[in-house]
Design a protein around this ligand. Structure first.
Ligand code: 9PG
Length: 500
């Protein structure tokens, strides 16, 4: 499908959203360049390799939803009507005096909505809410989560988990869940075998956490298989293949490449169901399901009649079936719209890191999917409307001053992001490392809020949605209209006449 917009391209802004959790979402002048990573190996890990960012000026690609914004705040919005078995791809391309918009789909054809509007913000919210309703989005109350990743990384131990949970209890911090992240397992795929350094077994943790008053959470990358794992050795026929019949390379992390499960293989699906049921039996009621894009990669599948969007959903459904209806599932590194109705929450941006920016990677290599406070803010804020798809998880606040290069303004900007997005709350700080100031910021960040709305899409301090009712973010390196660089300034809530 194609549409022609009769408008001066250089007066318009475009709002796009990348394929999966870590892919950029942006609000840019239509004439600007849409960056694509220079390194091909980043394509399958940060984007959809079958529909990459354009890498060109004046040509913008988006997944599921796109909006074009005029200076008066009106414009055009396109949104898919269904994403259960279909990927919907948008492209807006500037011409001399007009803009060409095209929509293509991979998978069974589904309706799309294309609307001209006097208020893009409201129309984006309405069309995305319609998709959420159609796919029976799960939006349970948001949770407050302590997660081990952003301070312990792969070196996490059973004792570190317990120590933090004890400190959180002693300080009456209002976490609901303590979530063990990557590092407890011996290999990708060998989830029930502990790593050498973990100092115990993941199944020993939930009871102790429950005694301290917290639910237990566990990280899994259930669709990934390490090349030297037992799973790869025992079940080579469950791996997604390339056209030459070799196990597909599904990305590079953990010091090397890895493979992905073929979720059209009935035995692999049964294994996924059992995996989720097993960790549930261990006592984990909250599962962070990471690197989910693996099941949706282009490749040769056991059942060639199943498209990759559908294959992805079959894998995710198996995990939901095994974990149970009442488990809380957080998706991460996941195709966003394809997960609606199966996950309770979703990471909506790249990882936060204890530094502001990774400029060389972002600017010179065209890759803003990497960890940084700036990248997380940029993308998660530009997906503000996705709270009707799942509970958004914009990732952690970093409140500590030690082991961090973030300034006070940057730490407060992360807390502002959690407030404005109004979904999950997460922190990873070693509790004992927090001084009074750090504890105060953490307590503020754990206050639940409802999602805020942007005031405008016609202005931005940094190529993202930055102007909200509750406050404005400045993601740029220079002060803007009284807002310091890298900061968030909350606006006083206007009181109606007659109210106090
Ligand atoms: C554990 C981590 C944490 C984190 C997740 C995810 O594109 N990448 O190469 C890439 C690698 C790791 C990553 C994100 C992107 O982090 O988001 O919270 O769970 O895995 O390994």
């Amino acid at each position: 499908m194609n549409w022609t917009i009769e408008a001066e391209p250089n007066t318009l802004r475009v709002l796009v959203s990348g394929y999966q959790s870590w892919s950029e979402a942006e609000l840019r002048p239509l004439t600007a360049l849409q960056a694509v990573p220079l390194m091909p190996w980043r394509h399958e890990q940060g984007h959809d390799p079958a529909f990459l960012p354009s890498g060109e000026a004046g040509r913008w690609r988006s997944h599921t939803l796109i909006a074009l914004v005029r200076p008066d705040g009106g414009g055009w919005v396109g949104c898919a009507g269904d994403a259960t078995r279909t990927f919907t791809h948008w492209e807006a391309r500037m011409e001399d005096q007009s803009v060409q918009v095209s929509c293509t789909q991979e998978g069974p054809e589904v309706p799309v909505f294309w609307e001209a509007t006097t208020d893009v913000i409201t129309t984006v919210e309405a069309l995305s809410a319609r998709l959420g309703e159609h796919m029976r989005a799960r939006t349970p109350p948001p949770l407050r989560v302590w997660c081990s990743w952003y301070s312990y990384y792969r070196e996490v131990t059973l004792e570190a988990m317990l120590e933090n949970a004890r400190h959180a209890r002693a300080k009456s911090l209002t976490f609901d869940v303590f979530q063990l992240d990557d590092g407890f397992q011996s290999d990708l795929g060998d989830w029930t075998l502990p790593s050498a350094h973990f100092g115990g077994h993941a199944r020993d943790l939930p009871a102790a956490l429950n005694d301290l008053g917290f639910a237990a959470g566990l990280w899994l990358a259930p669709f990934l298989v390490g090349p030297s794992s037992r799973l790869a050795a025992e079940r080579p026929d469950w791996l997604l293949r390339d056209p030459h019949g070799r196990p597909l390379l599904a990305g590079h992390n953990w010091g090397g490449p890895y493979h992905a499960l073929d979720t059209t293989h009935p035995e692999a699906l049964e294994w996924l169901r059992e995996l989720a049921a097993t960790v549930r039996e261990w006592g984990y009621t909250y599962l962070k399901l990471d690197f989910l894009y693996g099941a949706a990669l282009p490749g040769v599948r056991h059942d060639p009649t199943v498209g990759r969007a559908q294959a992805y959903r079959m894998g995710l459904q198996a995990l939901r079936d095994g974990a149970g209806e009442d488990a809380f599932l957080l998706g991460c590194g996941a195709p966003l719209a394809s997960s609606i109705g199966l996950v309770d929450a979703m990471r909506t941006g790249p990882d936060v890191a204890p530094f502001w920016d990774d400029e060389s990677r972002r600017v010179w290599l065209g890759d803003a999917t990497g960890p940084s406070a700036r990248n997380a803010l940029h993308t998660a804020l530009s997906r503000w409307y996705q709270h009707t798809w799942y509970q958004p998880d914009p990732d952690v606040v970093i409140a500590r001053r030690e082991l961090s290069l973030l300034s006070a303004a940057e730490r407060h900007a992360l807390a502002g992001m959690l407030d404005v997005i109004g979904g999950l709350r997460a922190s990873s700080d070693p509790i004992a490392m927090l001084d009074e100031e750090g504890l105060a910021l953490l307590r503020t960040a754990l206050h639940l809020s409802v999602p805020d709305r942007p005031t405008t899409l016609t202005g931005s301090f940094g190529g993202a949605v930055t102007h909200f009712r509750r406050g404005r973010f400045n993601l740029l390196d220079q002060a803007q209209q009284g807002l310091a660089a890298h900061s968030y300034l909350s606006e006083p809530v206007p009181t109606a006449p007659g109210q106090r």
